[in-house]
Design a protein around this ligand. Sequence first.
Ligand SMILES: Cc1cc2nc3c(=O)[nH]c(=O)nc-3n(C[C@H](O)[C@H](O)[C@H](O)COP(=O)(O)O)c2cc1C
Length: 348
Amino acid sequence: MYADALKQHGKIFAVAPMIDWTDRHCRFLHRQLSRHAQLYTEMIVADAIIHGPRERLLSYSPAEHPVALQLGGSDAGKLSEAVRIAADYGYDEINLNVGCPSDRVQSGTFGACLMRDPALVADLVTAMKRVSTVPVTVKCRIGVDDQEPADVLPDFLDRMIGAGADAIWIHARKAWLQGLSPKENREIPPLDYALVHRMKRENPDVFLGINGGIADLDQAAGHLAVMDGVMLGRAAYQNAGLLAGVDELVAGSNPAGVATTDVDWLKLRDTMMAYAEEVIASGGRLHHVTRHMVGLFQGFAGARRFRQILSAEATRPGAGIEVIAAAFAAVDIDSGPRVQPEEKRLAG
Ligand SMILES: Cc1cc2nc3c(=O)[nH]c(=O)nc-3n(C[C@H](O)[C@H](O)[C@H](O)COP(=O)(O)O)c2cc1C
């Protein structure tokens, strides 16, 4: 679907790559809530794939498709090698990280600091495209440090397009590479949606997606009226229930945006229990699965108890899947979210 959507400029909703958050268990959960959302791995450094525990880093459940592998690196040879290795795992897209500002990433001279060297990034994309059988995409910022986004972003995009990038996801704020933590770099540099929207209007033939600070599906729908894709990170993770409205949103049947559509919560419970049982049987822990479920019932009566049960009991040594059943039993599922996004917006 992703490759077709890229070609046909269909609309795509994506859950952003997030280190420590969007691991395979998180993606499995998200996939139960949306069939079409494009899911991303955490960033994996090319060197780790070449030299590290490949199977652990790259394996995932077939149920997660469509899923994109995000790579970090700045060496064309290593990135190509990582793409070749990853091909055996059947990812639907390979994405290059040009947005991560952490010190660790800067010392490897990749991530956001690559915004300073668009020619190099173009070479990386060309090299990855040469060996990839699936779309190769880029996730970038609008600039770094003292760069003027309105000057540098158009040139950066031209070069990515010239190199054959199949899609470009733009986090609509700069990264300040000195003095801000990665967390601050997701909050402090101001968002410039207007610039990103303008880039889309100036590049009608290229798939461009927007990311950064998008809080709910109403806002997502607003961006999708202009952009080809919308990518949510923290909101999708912390309030995963919103993913239940995504398929309707991208199908275009409700362009005004939707809140939460009907989810079969009991089916979800059973699916997650069966999944967690498999994870435990293969040496994992219940908590590895349930830690991603904590925000599932935002706004429902009983959500607090749900969170407490998962946080306290799922972490106990030997905890089993009955904890999931107990947590779901604490929620008044029929109550639905108490505060609908519509009410929140009017109130705020
Ligand atoms: C915990 C966490 C980890 C992240 N890890 C990555 C990453 O591995 N690769 C990446 O490109 N961006 C990463 N990001 C940035 C997000 O992909 C996204 O660009 C950012 O959170 C802004 O989107 P949002 O406002 O919808 O959360 C991370 C964000 C968070 C909160």
